[in-house]
Design a protein around this ligand. Structure first.
Ligand code: IDP
Ligand code: MG
Length: 143
């Protein structure tokens, strides 16, 4: 339990051809890829995924950004996955992200910040279920 998180390689990073390098960094940090897909989010699906940010000043531009091209949701497994993956990606704003983090290396600014990471075990499960279902989801969360 509590060893899963959802990563998304966001449209800016896919468009910048950084997906491969980012997946390598994630793998080398000890995360196991349990499931992965390439999807182009619709407005409705992006709004659903980011429901908690509805009403915030940046919500509309966040939806435009996340629907601007394909992204790559990845279900990851590792002990202490949520916290360790947030550490690997760095702060939301790359200007504040630690050296060597994914956002420090690949994000342009606080909006176009290359990757997503779940912020709690509860949200990790919700977010993984948002992109993966059926047999695939059972393999991620057996039993
Ligand atoms: P997180 O991705 O580090 O968890 P959140 O606060 O959950 O950060 O915000 C979700 C996403 O919304 C960010 O990753 C970023 O793409 C975008 N975002 C957050 N804050 C701002 C902002 O102040 N201006 C524009 N976009 C923002
Ligand atoms: Mg967040």
């Amino acid at each position: 339990m509590n060893d899963k998180t959802l990563a998304i390689i966001k449209p800016d990073a896919v468009n910048d051809k950084k997906a491969g390098e980012i997946i390598t960094m994630i793998s080398q940090a000890g995360f196991k890829i349990k499931a992965m897909r390439l999807v182009k989010l619709t407005k409705e699906s992006a709004e659903g995924f980011y429901e908690i940010h509805k009403g915030k000043a940046f919500f509309e531009e966040l939806i435009d950004y996340m629907t601007s091209g394909p992204c790559i949701p990845i279900a990851l497994e590792k002990e202490n996955a949520v916290e360790d993956y947030r550490k690997l990606i760095g702060a939301t704003d790359p200007a504040k992200a630690a050296e060597g983090t994914i956002r420090k290396l690949f994000a342009r600014n606080i909006q176009f910040n290359a990757v997503h990471g779940s912020d709690s075990d509860e949200n990790a499960k919700k977010e993984i279920s948002y992109f993966f279902s059926g047999k695939e989801l059972l393999e991620i969360y057996p039993g």
